[in-house]
Design a protein around this ligand. Structure first.
Ligand SMILES: Nc1ncnc2c1ncn2[C@@H]1O[C@H](COP(=O)(O)OP(=O)(O)OP(=O)(O)O)[C@@H](O)[C@H]1O
Ligand SMILES: [Mg+2]
Length: 285
């Protein structure tokens, strides 16, 4: 009898240890996802610094040009260029400040087109550097989605950096937004014409730590295998779906399907109803 009790005590201690380990793993996973988010913000910050340098060079050069050529047409041209560069600088700071503030999760009606354009503004330089041309097929206007803008930006950065990395010798990137009016959903497709993904590897790409990259590239990106895992987590929190289609040697297309505000509210109501019904069933029994 005494022996049995001893064994039971051991079991209790053992299962307590397992529980503690599970808790720690959970905390570590949470911290890792946090670092994935911060690396996306860091990405924006370093891009902004480069971007600013470029803008300043443009402003300085056109100011010098305007001072050298005193005729009205040249000066007006110089002022136009300076104003355009300064406006771009203001837009870049606006975007980075919006991304940096309000790190708490908050879902608000958000325009997907503006969100994508803001991210592209920040990644434009990087795409140019790697000789990647961007084609954009967006409707004039689309209904808002209910989203945490910062998180969707993080998803876009991860997908766009992956796409860029898949086209090491340059190429084409196609961005397409379509509005599925019947189902009140927006689809954003990000298609690259890069190396593509082997069919056998496709089921694993959203797994945490799954990466085929040997390490970070020369810009310090890639190789941790957390990018797509973070994307999926975020899109699911938005009651959306992320899908992938790929062919080796042809390229890859990721599609984000996100509910519009109307649809998101309906989903929310249904979920609440289901929860209430389940509660009622439990209290009946
Ligand atoms: N557009 C793409 N083209 C080709 N392969 C891709 C593409 N996107 C993802 N992959 C594959 O999926 C894997 C997982 O991508 P994920 O973004 O999660 O990790 P990673 O890019 O390797 O590292 P990081 O977490 O630093 O982004 C990549 O290593 C790559 O093999
Ligand atoms: Mg990645």
């Amino acid at each position: 009898m005494e022996r049995e009790i001893e064994i039971d005590c051991e079991k209790v201690v053992e299962s307590e240890r397992v529980r503690e380990l599970c808790r720690r793993v959970e905390i570590l996973e949470e911290q890792l996802m946090q670092s994935q988010r911060l690396s996306a913000v860091g990405e924006l910050t370093s891009t902004t610094a480069h971007e600013f340098n470029n803008i300043l060079m443009t402003i300085i050069n056109y100011a010098k040009l305007g001072m050298r050529h005193i005729d009205k047409t040249s000066q007006k041209n110089a002022f136009d260029k300076i104003l355009a560069a300064a406006n771009r600088a203001a837009k870049v700071t606006g975007t980075i400040l919006a991304a940096a503030k309000n790190r708490k999760q908050s879902f608000e009606p958000t325009n997907l087109i503006t969100l994508v354009d803001d991210v592209m503004l920040l990644l434009e330089r990087e795409m140019n550097k790697y000789k990647i041309s961007v084609e954009r097929y967006f409707p004039e206007s689309v209904p808002d989605i209910l989203a945490d803008g910062n998180q969707i930006q993080q998803v876009l950065i991860n997908l766009l950096v992956n796409a860029r990395q898949s086209m090491s010798n340059g190429g084409q990137l196609v961005l397409k937004i379509t509005y599925d009016e019947e189902n009140e959903m927006l689809d954003l497709m990000i298609r690259d014409y890069g190396c593509g993904i082997d069919e056998a590897k496709l089921p694993y790409i959203f797994d945490r730590f799954y990466s085929t990259k040997s390490g970070p590239d020369e810009t310090g990106k890639g190789g941790t295998g957390l990018g797509l895992a973070a994307c999926r987590g975020i899109i699911e929190q938005h009651k959306g779906v992320i899908r992938v289609e790929s062919k080796v040697g042809k390229g890859t297309a990721f599609t984000l399907r996100l509910p519009t505000v109307i649809r998101a509210k309906i989903i929310e109501l249904r979920e609440k109803e289901n929860k209430d019904n389940a509660q009622k069933e439990i209290s009946k029994n």
